[in-house]
Design a protein around this ligand. Sequence first.
Ligand code: 0PR
Length: 387
Amino acid sequence: MENEGLPQNLVLEELESRLRNDFTYGSGRVIGSMCTCPHPLARKTYTLFLDRNLGDSGLFPAVVKLEEETVGMLGKLLSNPKASGHIVTGGTEANTLALWAAKKLSKKKNGEVIVPASAHYSFDKAGDLLGLKIVKVGLNSRFQVDTEAFKKRLNSNTVAIVGIAGTTGLGVVDPISELSEIAAENGLYLHVDAAFGGFILPFLKEMGFSVPDFDFSLRGVSSITIDPHKMGLAPIPAGGILFRNEKLRETVAWNVSYMAGGETEQATLVGTRSGASVIAVWSLLKHLGKEGYKKIVTRCMRLTWKLAKEIREINGLDTTTEPTMNIVGIKSKVFNIRQVAKELRLRKWAVSLFPNHIRIVVMPHVQKQHVEKFLSDLKDIANRSGG
Ligand code: 0PR
């Protein structure tokens, strides 16, 4: 830091010039990400109430009420109006809170958590932090967790099992109803990671698509991650952790007595936390309603199906699996998929690269013309590589 500060306009000018060349969602070039342009209403409500801090909740009782309502609306979406939880920093914090609750409830010393091999790396982080062994179970030919293999890994140290409703790599939904039975029969905690799928599956279901059960309608489900800053169109940070009931949430709650607003309770990893995030999510759920989200999901899915169909028509390329949600995996038996990703990046497409496939996520900022331009570049790359 310099001794003398710069005038505001110079600071702004410098920032504008330095940030100009970063990717923007609006350009349509970011097609491998799970984030998107926040909805204009959420931008507005977020900035209007930037100073609200739920770490000292006694100062902001109205925001506490808005968070309760937000969690109530998400709970209802996930078949449980009595769910209790918080808007947190993201899926990583939500998944960590779930494993923390499971660990505390079990009181076991050398706890193990069984997760699908497709689980997000946040479970590895949480396991490391909480001293829990993360046991990974292989997938079947449809990239869902193999429940028979799952059962074989259960032992007296198991404290929780995890299922994913919308995997990070391919958007696949695990057989959560089977996991729910395993959990119920063995008295185990089942956490469902619907960080991505939580804002898609309920809407697809209402629109008549066949969607497997994955939420609190299943008796064994203890908690669910559902992230508004992914398909919910909320500004970052906005993750969601929902526990089946208030008692489970209280497992990770702490009382802090000295706060300016009086005694406060915190049941999140962070202390000071954004009330603006809560307000932004609340405003979006109120404004968009189910119909608004259905429209967004429909548009993303139509483009996803178009993309998947046309990828399969390109010589040498194929999709990894039929998309369940707005994620497409591109694989090849002919080309080195790493090389294809490299060529795409040279043409300024921000794609994600997994060990055996390229991940495309058709988020709400991706328009038809972007998909068409992407397909034409992909065809060109395949042709030049001799597919
Ligand atoms: N659970 C699942 C199923 C996820 O896919 C993710 C993140 C998380 C949990 C963790 O969420 P947070 O990142 O909010 O803590 N999935 C994306 C991924 O890792 C996140 C992402 C977002 C990646 C934007 C790239 C990007 O540009 O692939």
